[in-house]
Design a protein around this ligand. Structure first.
Ligand code: OAD
Length: 252
Protein backbone atom coordinates (compact mmCIF):
# COMPACT_ATOMS: atom_id res chain seq x y z
CA UNK A 1 0.00 0.00 0.00
CA UNK A 2 1.22 3.45 -0.94
CA UNK A 3 1.92 5.15 2.41
CA UNK A 4 1.82 8.65 0.90
CA UNK A 5 -1.74 8.05 -0.37
CA UNK A 6 -2.74 6.75 3.06
CA UNK A 7 -1.27 9.86 4.71
CA UNK A 8 -3.07 12.11 2.22
CA UNK A 9 -6.35 10.35 3.00
CA UNK A 10 -5.79 10.72 6.74
CA UNK A 11 -5.09 14.45 6.28
CA UNK A 12 -8.33 14.92 4.31
CA UNK A 13 -10.35 12.88 6.80
CA UNK A 14 -9.01 14.80 9.79
CA UNK A 15 -10.59 17.97 8.38
CA UNK A 16 -13.89 16.40 7.29
CA UNK A 17 -16.96 18.24 8.53
CA UNK A 18 -19.59 16.05 6.89
CA UNK A 19 -18.29 12.56 6.23
CA UNK A 20 -20.31 9.93 4.39
CA UNK A 21 -19.02 6.35 4.31
CA UNK A 22 -20.53 4.13 1.63
CA UNK A 23 -19.95 0.42 2.21
CA UNK A 24 -20.58 -2.76 0.27
CA UNK A 25 -20.08 -6.48 0.71
CA UNK A 26 -16.27 -6.22 0.75
CA UNK A 27 -16.61 -4.40 4.08
CA UNK A 28 -17.91 -7.60 5.70
CA UNK A 29 -15.68 -10.10 3.94
CA UNK A 30 -13.05 -10.20 6.69
CA UNK A 31 -15.84 -10.98 9.16
CA UNK A 32 -16.49 -14.15 7.19
CA UNK A 33 -19.43 -13.10 5.03
CA UNK A 34 -18.97 -13.75 1.31
CA UNK A 35 -19.32 -10.95 -1.24
CA UNK A 36 -21.71 -11.22 -4.19
CA UNK A 37 -19.48 -10.88 -7.22
CA UNK A 38 -16.24 -12.60 -6.27
CA UNK A 39 -15.61 -14.89 -9.26
CA UNK A 40 -15.15 -18.02 -7.13
CA UNK A 41 -16.63 -17.53 -3.67
CA UNK A 42 -19.20 -14.83 -4.46
CA UNK A 43 -22.84 -15.63 -3.69
CA UNK A 44 -23.90 -14.80 -7.24
CA UNK A 45 -21.21 -17.15 -8.59
CA UNK A 46 -22.85 -20.00 -6.70
CA UNK A 47 -26.51 -19.08 -6.65
CA UNK A 48 -28.87 -17.56 -9.21
CA UNK A 49 -30.34 -14.26 -7.95
CA UNK A 50 -33.36 -14.84 -10.21
CA UNK A 51 -34.16 -17.95 -8.15
CA UNK A 52 -33.50 -16.44 -4.74
CA UNK A 53 -33.60 -12.67 -4.60
CA UNK A 54 -36.74 -11.44 -6.34
CA UNK A 55 -40.39 -11.23 -5.20
CA UNK A 56 -41.24 -13.49 -8.15
CA UNK A 57 -38.79 -16.15 -6.90
CA UNK A 58 -40.41 -15.98 -3.47
CA UNK A 59 -43.86 -16.42 -4.99
CA UNK A 60 -42.66 -19.38 -7.06
CA UNK A 61 -40.78 -21.13 -4.28
CA UNK A 62 -41.24 -19.44 -0.89
CA UNK A 63 -39.69 -22.30 1.04
CA UNK A 64 -36.43 -22.28 -0.96
CA UNK A 65 -36.04 -18.51 -0.65
CA UNK A 66 -36.93 -18.49 3.06
CA UNK A 67 -34.43 -21.26 3.84
CA UNK A 68 -31.64 -19.60 1.87
CA UNK A 69 -32.10 -16.35 3.79
CA UNK A 70 -32.41 -18.20 7.11
CA UNK A 71 -29.07 -19.86 6.39
CA UNK A 72 -27.51 -16.48 5.67
CA UNK A 73 -29.20 -14.90 8.72
CA UNK A 74 -27.77 -17.58 11.01
CA UNK A 75 -24.31 -17.00 9.53
CA UNK A 76 -24.57 -13.25 10.14
CA UNK A 77 -25.48 -13.85 13.78
CA UNK A 78 -22.43 -16.10 14.23
CA UNK A 79 -19.82 -13.63 12.95
CA UNK A 80 -18.33 -10.52 14.55
CA UNK A 81 -17.43 -7.05 13.30
CA UNK A 82 -13.71 -6.73 12.44
CA UNK A 83 -11.11 -4.02 13.05
CA UNK A 84 -12.33 -2.06 10.01
CA UNK A 85 -15.89 -1.81 11.37
CA UNK A 86 -14.52 -0.62 14.72
CA UNK A 87 -12.26 1.93 13.00
CA UNK A 88 -15.29 3.45 11.24
CA UNK A 89 -17.20 3.56 14.53
CA UNK A 90 -14.21 5.32 16.13
CA UNK A 91 -14.48 8.12 13.56
CA UNK A 92 -17.58 9.37 15.38
CA UNK A 93 -15.39 10.49 18.29
CA UNK A 94 -13.08 12.40 15.98
CA UNK A 95 -15.41 14.09 13.49
CA UNK A 96 -18.56 16.20 13.85
CA UNK A 97 -20.81 14.31 11.39
CA UNK A 98 -20.32 10.72 10.29
CA UNK A 99 -23.02 8.73 8.51
CA UNK A 100 -22.57 5.24 7.18
CA UNK A 101 -24.64 4.36 4.13
CA UNK A 102 -24.42 0.62 3.68
CA UNK A 103 -25.64 -1.84 1.10
CA UNK A 104 -24.94 -4.59 3.61
CA UNK A 105 -27.82 -6.28 5.37
CA UNK A 106 -25.78 -7.81 8.19
CA UNK A 107 -26.03 -5.07 10.83
CA UNK A 108 -22.28 -5.26 11.57
CA UNK A 109 -21.74 -1.48 11.54
CA UNK A 110 -24.22 -0.97 14.37
CA UNK A 111 -22.82 -3.93 16.26
CA UNK A 112 -19.38 -2.27 16.04
CA UNK A 113 -20.79 0.91 17.57
CA UNK A 114 -21.64 3.16 14.61
CA UNK A 115 -24.78 5.07 15.54
CA UNK A 116 -25.88 6.72 12.29
CA UNK A 117 -26.28 3.91 9.78
CA UNK A 118 -28.54 3.97 6.72
CA UNK A 119 -29.33 0.44 5.56
CA UNK A 120 -30.18 0.90 1.88
CA UNK A 121 -30.89 -2.79 1.27
CA UNK A 122 -32.60 -3.60 4.58
CA UNK A 123 -31.51 -5.93 7.36
CA UNK A 124 -31.39 -9.71 7.10
CA UNK A 125 -31.87 -10.20 10.84
CA UNK A 126 -35.39 -8.74 10.56
CA UNK A 127 -38.57 -10.20 9.06
CA UNK A 128 -41.64 -8.55 7.60
CA UNK A 129 -45.04 -9.39 6.13
CA UNK A 130 -44.82 -10.20 2.39
CA UNK A 131 -48.01 -8.16 1.87
CA UNK A 132 -46.78 -5.32 4.11
CA UNK A 133 -50.34 -5.38 5.44
CA UNK A 134 -49.79 -2.58 7.96
CA UNK A 135 -47.64 -0.34 5.78
CA UNK A 136 -44.12 -0.74 4.46
CA UNK A 137 -42.33 -2.31 6.17
CA UNK A 138 -44.65 -4.34 8.43
CA UNK A 139 -41.86 -5.70 10.63
CA UNK A 140 -42.58 -8.93 12.50
CA UNK A 141 -40.65 -10.59 15.31
CA UNK A 142 -39.84 -14.24 14.66
CA UNK A 143 -41.68 -15.14 17.86
CA UNK A 144 -44.96 -13.65 16.62
CA UNK A 145 -45.03 -15.52 13.30
CA UNK A 146 -47.78 -18.13 13.09
CA UNK A 147 -48.52 -21.45 11.41
CA UNK A 148 -46.57 -24.64 10.75
CA UNK A 149 -45.69 -23.70 7.19
CA UNK A 150 -42.24 -22.78 5.90
CA UNK A 151 -42.15 -19.81 5.69
CA UNK A 152 -44.37 -19.07 8.67
CA UNK A 153 -47.10 -16.47 8.32
CA UNK A 154 -47.96 -12.92 9.34
CA UNK A 155 -50.16 -12.90 12.48
CA UNK A 156 -52.17 -9.94 11.14
CA UNK A 157 -53.14 -11.06 7.62
CA UNK A 158 -51.85 -14.60 7.10
CA UNK A 159 -49.45 -13.70 4.25
CA UNK A 160 -46.04 -15.34 4.32
CA UNK A 161 -43.28 -13.71 6.33
CA UNK A 162 -40.10 -12.79 4.44
CA UNK A 163 -36.69 -11.27 5.25
CA UNK A 164 -36.59 -7.47 5.50
CA UNK A 165 -34.16 -7.08 2.61
CA UNK A 166 -34.47 -5.38 -0.75
CA UNK A 167 -34.74 -7.85 -3.62
CA UNK A 168 -34.08 -7.23 -7.29
CA UNK A 169 -37.16 -5.63 -8.92
CA UNK A 170 -38.00 -3.85 -5.66
CA UNK A 171 -37.64 -0.24 -4.59
CA UNK A 172 -35.22 0.79 -1.87
CA UNK A 173 -36.78 2.14 1.33
CA UNK A 174 -37.75 5.65 0.20
CA UNK A 175 -36.78 7.50 3.36
CA UNK A 176 -33.36 5.83 3.50
CA UNK A 177 -32.60 6.65 -0.12
CA UNK A 178 -33.75 10.26 0.16
CA UNK A 179 -31.60 10.82 3.23
CA UNK A 180 -28.61 9.08 1.61
CA UNK A 181 -28.87 11.33 -1.46
CA UNK A 182 -29.23 14.44 0.62
CA UNK A 183 -26.17 13.56 2.72
CA UNK A 184 -24.11 12.88 -0.40
CA UNK A 185 -25.06 16.24 -1.88
CA UNK A 186 -23.80 17.98 1.28
CA UNK A 187 -20.80 15.77 2.10
CA UNK A 188 -17.29 17.19 2.00
CA UNK A 189 -15.64 13.74 2.11
CA UNK A 190 -17.00 10.41 0.90
CA UNK A 191 -15.18 7.24 1.90
CA UNK A 192 -16.18 4.27 -0.25
CA UNK A 193 -15.32 0.82 1.04
CA UNK A 194 -15.72 -2.62 -0.51
CA UNK A 195 -18.29 -2.12 -3.23
CA UNK A 196 -18.03 -3.08 -6.88
CA UNK A 197 -20.14 -0.02 -7.69
CA UNK A 198 -22.39 -1.77 -10.16
CA UNK A 199 -25.75 -1.91 -8.36
CA UNK A 200 -28.03 1.10 -8.64
CA UNK A 201 -29.06 3.35 -7.09
CA UNK A 202 -26.34 2.90 -4.43
CA UNK A 203 -23.59 3.09 -7.06
CA UNK A 204 -24.78 6.54 -8.16
CA UNK A 205 -24.28 8.12 -4.72
CA UNK A 206 -20.55 8.91 -5.11
CA UNK A 207 -21.30 10.49 -8.50
CA UNK A 208 -23.90 12.67 -6.84
CA UNK A 209 -21.36 13.78 -4.24
CA UNK A 210 -18.78 14.42 -6.94
CA UNK A 211 -21.18 16.41 -9.12
CA UNK A 212 -22.14 18.61 -6.19
CA UNK A 213 -18.55 19.80 -6.48
CA UNK A 214 -17.77 19.68 -2.81
CA UNK A 215 -16.80 16.18 -1.97
CA UNK A 216 -13.37 14.57 -1.89
CA UNK A 217 -13.74 10.88 -2.73
CA UNK A 218 -11.58 8.13 -1.22
CA UNK A 219 -12.01 4.53 -2.34
CA UNK A 220 -10.80 1.48 -0.39
CA UNK A 221 -10.78 -1.80 -2.28
CA UNK A 222 -8.23 -4.54 -3.03
CA UNK A 223 -9.26 -4.26 -6.70
CA UNK A 224 -10.08 -1.25 -8.86
CA UNK A 225 -13.87 -1.02 -8.91
CA UNK A 226 -16.32 0.93 -11.09
CA UNK A 227 -16.20 4.01 -8.84
CA UNK A 228 -12.38 4.23 -8.64
CA UNK A 229 -11.99 6.35 -11.81
CA UNK A 230 -13.88 9.30 -10.30
CA UNK A 231 -12.16 9.08 -6.89
CA UNK A 232 -9.51 11.51 -5.73
CA UNK A 233 -7.62 8.77 -3.89
CA UNK A 234 -7.67 5.03 -4.39
CA UNK A 235 -6.35 3.05 -1.43
CA UNK A 236 -5.65 -0.46 -2.60
CA UNK A 237 -6.16 -2.96 0.19
CA UNK A 238 -8.73 -4.55 2.44
CA UNK A 239 -11.10 -2.81 4.82
CA UNK A 240 -9.65 -4.66 7.82
CA UNK A 241 -6.14 -3.53 6.96
CA UNK A 242 -6.61 0.01 5.59
CA UNK A 243 -9.29 1.50 7.86
CA UNK A 244 -7.52 0.99 11.22
CA UNK A 245 -4.30 2.40 9.71
CA UNK A 246 -6.20 5.44 8.43
CA UNK A 247 -7.65 6.21 11.87
CA UNK A 248 -4.23 5.69 13.47
CA UNK A 249 -2.69 8.17 10.99
CA UNK A 250 -5.47 10.70 11.72
CA UNK A 251 -4.32 10.67 15.33
CA UNK A 252 -0.60 10.88 14.50
P1 OAD B 1 -19.94 -6.97 -4.68
O1 OAD B 1 -19.80 -8.41 -4.37
O2 OAD B 1 -20.48 -6.58 -6.00
O3 OAD B 1 -18.52 -6.26 -4.57
C1 OAD B 1 -17.69 -6.44 -3.46
C2 OAD B 1 -16.47 -5.54 -3.60
O4 OAD B 1 -15.70 -5.68 -2.42
C3 OAD B 1 -15.56 -5.86 -4.78
O5 OAD B 1 -15.25 -4.66 -5.47
C4 OAD B 1 -14.31 -6.45 -4.13
O6 OAD B 1 -13.12 -6.16 -4.84
C5 OAD B 1 -14.33 -5.75 -2.79
N1 OAD B 1 -13.65 -6.47 -1.70
C6 OAD B 1 -13.41 -7.80 -1.57
N2 OAD B 1 -12.79 -8.06 -0.42
C7 OAD B 1 -12.62 -6.89 0.23
C8 OAD B 1 -12.07 -6.50 1.48
N3 OAD B 1 -11.56 -7.41 2.32
N4 OAD B 1 -12.07 -5.19 1.81
C9 OAD B 1 -12.60 -4.27 0.96
N5 OAD B 1 -13.14 -4.58 -0.23
C10 OAD B 1 -13.16 -5.86 -0.59
O7 OAD B 1 -20.76 -6.32 -3.48
P2 OAD B 1 -21.59 -4.95 -3.45
O8 OAD B 1 -20.93 -3.90 -4.25
O9 OAD B 1 -21.90 -4.67 -2.03
O10 OAD B 1 -27.80 -6.27 -3.36
O11 OAD B 1 -22.93 -5.39 -4.17
C11 OAD B 1 -23.99 -4.51 -4.22
C12 OAD B 1 -25.29 -5.25 -4.11
O12 OAD B 1 -25.35 -6.32 -5.06
C13 OAD B 1 -25.52 -5.96 -2.78
O13 OAD B 1 -25.98 -5.11 -1.77
C14 OAD B 1 -26.56 -6.97 -3.14
C15 OAD B 1 -25.98 -7.47 -4.44
O14 OAD B 1 -26.90 -8.01 -5.35
C16 OAD B 1 -28.95 -6.81 -2.96
O15 OAD B 1 -29.02 -7.93 -2.46
C17 OAD B 1 -30.14 -5.93 -3.18
Amino acid sequence: MNTAALQDAARVLRRAKRLVVLTGAGMSKESGIPTFRDALEGLWAQFDPEELATPQAFQRNPRLVWEWYEMRRRRVLEVQPHAGHYALAALEKRLPHVTIITQNVDGLHRRAGSTDVIELHGNITQHKCFADCRGAPTLLALSELIGDSVPPRCPHCGAYARPNVVWFNEFLPAEALTRARDLCLRADVVLIVGTSGVVQPAASLPYLAKRSGNAFLIDVNPERDEIAPICDLFLQGTAGNILPRLVELMDA
